[in-house]
Write a protein that binds this ligand. Structure first.
Ligand SMILES: CC(=O)SCCNC(=O)CCNC(=O)[C@H](O)C(C)(C)COP(=O)(O)OP(=O)(O)OC[C@H]1O[C@@H](n2cnc3c(N)ncnc32)[C@H](O)[C@@H]1OP(=O)(O)O
Ligand SMILES: CC(C)C(=O)C(=O)O
Length: 529
């Protein structure tokens, strides 16, 4: 079919608009071939159902001659999975392969036999050890045999991108004459460039007799990271079927990723005025299903489905997204199945995101001074902690949000050598005036509390001291509680900091402030001691 035709007729799809691109998913065949990604029958059936529900046009279910398990998988998927064409792979020169494919596909509503053979000089000489004329003969015999079993026949020129152009044209012509209705040109080893792939399809459509009667297909691998780019270029050259896998899994560096191709066509429809049948809001769910089944998660920065794909940490980006998401998002997260963008609070975050996070956590009306103090502490914490969780922010904001701040913690320095008394230098402000003290003690917390007594004399008794982690991980903040008892009154103070000693001092200062407030309520002149 030519790219400028108004429509084309396909044995399995009937009449299709010229701008419709057929999505051929090979997650269960090429994807499953790659080391560590094998799936059992139940898993393949679940994936096949998910792919059909996603709107994939063709599901390549396996290579039936490879094993009884592969045969059974193709056969069961053919029996149970509705809504998509079910496809099976076979070698062009393998009569048993093609017969096995036909038998395995028998229950399918719509079936495709996909046969292939290498056509590049390297593959013919060293792998097949066949002369080109023999390969041409097998192309003819293989496609005839497949066409006797189904009208929907695909033929692939394995290593097609490294095949001599004249010979490739001869092979494609032979395949079409023998009954192939889809011609697939794989960049089997991921060697091609976008320019190569566009030129190959343009050449074939211009030179091969009968080219306008078939659908051209691209199958690109990602060894140079060009799988998706080469696929788009193939479409520009006239391909109207693309072969791809979920999460880009496949041999070696994988295949072109389905989610990336589909969203590239959708997002850059200005340059690629093509449609697919994919329900894009289902992309993340299918991606995660595959990751769960194979126990291989995608990398965080994986396009479309990686956990960072719609996550923003840097303050300038967060500020931009809060003002207008389109400043840093070229598609909506919801369009691919995320519920929302994520503003990740970390050392690169700014005030705009911090304020937005506080609102989300229920701190709507913090005054600017306290917010700035809390933000400063947040940034210090973020410099020390790999991930700052909401609980961390709640803990440190609660510290800053307290009304009673006659005494405020400023800084602490600690010298602690095992077997020797710990030494602490402590700086506070008391009603805005600086207060400094140093002290020693049996351990850093004891020394810190002794320094507190020296900086702000008081008689209260330490009734309780406890420490808990705010979140998981060794870099978690310590949440501490200090209970003071004075004249029968008990007060509890809380503190939080990644440094346990600082957290303890904050909790003690919080308790002291509460005591001072209690005194003020019972004897106003008793604020100072
Ligand atoms: C690019 C791709 O992803 S192609 C698909 C790759 N997938 C697989 O290989 C699926 C799993 N493979 C298998 O189970 C096996 O390789 C089988 C069942 C296909 C063949 O097994 P075996 O008969 O043991 O052959 P083996 O795997 O050792 O070698 C492959 C043979 O097929 C031949 N061959 C490869 N492609 C073709 C072809 N398109 N047409 C005819 N013969 C071919 C090779 O020349 C080799 O023949 P040789 O043994 O005479 O040298
Ligand atoms: C069999 C063909 C389509 C293939 O997987 C490849 O060449 O990469």
């Amino acid at each position: 079919m030519s790219a400028d035709q108004t429509s084309f007729t396909h044995p399995s799809f009937g009449r299709m608009a010229a701008n419709r691109v057929i999505i051929f998913d090979t997650t269960l065949r090429d994807g499953e071939q790659s080391p560590g990604f094998s799936m059992n029958l139940a898993e393949k059936l679940r994936m096949a159902e998910a792919l059909a529900n996603l709107g994939v046009d063709v599901i390549e279910a396996g290579f039936p001659v490879a094993s009884k398990g592969d045969f059974e998988s193709v056969n069961e998927i053919a029996r149970h999975t509705k809504g998509a064409v079910i496809c099976a792979l076979a070698r062009s020169g393998g009569a048993r392969d093609i017969a096995a494919a036909g038998e395995a596909l028998a229950p399918a509503e719509r079936k495709r036999i996909h046969n292939f053979i290498s056509t590049s000089p390297l593959h013919m000489k060293y792998k097949l050890r066949m002369e080109p004329e023999t390969v041409l003969e097998l192309i003819t015999s293989g496609n005839r045999a497949a066409r006797n079993l189904t009208d929907d026949v695909e033929w692939s020129a394995e290593d097609g991108s490294r095949t001599e152009p004249d010979f490739l044209c001869r092979c494609v012509e032979a395949a079409i004459k023998a009954g192939a209705t889809t011609i697939n040109i794989p960049d089997t080893v991921g060697y091609a460039t976008p320019e190569d792939m566009e030129a190959i399809f343009s050449m074939l459509r211009a030179r091969v007799p009968g080219a306008h009667e078939v659908i051209f297909s691209a199958h690109n691998h990602n060894d140079l990271g060009l799988g998706v780019a080469n696929t788009l270029a193939s479409i520009r050259g006239g391909a109207r079927q693309v072969e791809c896998t979920i999460n880009g899994i496949g041999e070696r560096a994988g295949n072109a990723a389905l989610e990336e191709i589909v969203m590239a066509l959708r997002t850059r429809n200005d340059q690629y005025p093509f449609t697919t049948g994919i329900n894009t809001t289902g992309l993340l769910k299918v991606s995660r299903m595959l990751a769960t089944i194979t126990s291989f998660d995608v990398q965080p920065n994986k396009a479309i489905v990686g956990r960072n794909a719609f996550a923003h940490e840097s303050g300038i980006h967060q500020d931009g997204v809060l003002k207008n998401a389109a400043t840093y998002e070229i598609m909506t997260p919801e369009s691919v199945g995320w519920t929302r963008s994520a503003l990740v609070m970390g050392k690169h975050s700014g005030r705009a995101a911090f304020r937005d996070k506080l609102r989300a956590l229920g701190y709507d009306n913090m005054d600017e001074e306290r917010l700035n103090d809390a933000f400063t502490r947040f940034k210090d914490l973020a410099d020390r902690k790999k991930v700052v969780y909401d609980d961390d922010i709640v803990a440190l904001v609660d510290d800053e949000a307290r009304d009673h701040d006659h005494i405020r913690f400023v800084s602490l320095s600690l010298r602690s050598v095992s077997g020797q008394p710990s030494e602490v230098e402590l700086d506070l402000t008391v009603d805005g005036k600086p207060a400094h003290a140093s002290a020693t003690g049996n351990g850093p917390v004891d020394a810190a509390f002794n320094a507190l007594r020296a900086a702000f004399a008081h008689d209260a008794r330490l009734a309780l001291f406890s420490v808990a982690a705010v979140t998981e991980g060794t870099d978690a903040q310590a949440r501490t509680t200090v209970r003071l008892e004075e004249a029968g009154k008990l007060v509890d103070g809380q503190g939080a900091d990644a440094d346990t000693v600082v957290s303890a001092v904050r909790a003690y200062v919080h308790a002291l402030n509460k005591l001072l407030v209690k005194r003020a309520r019972t004897a106003p002149e008793a604020l100072s001691v």
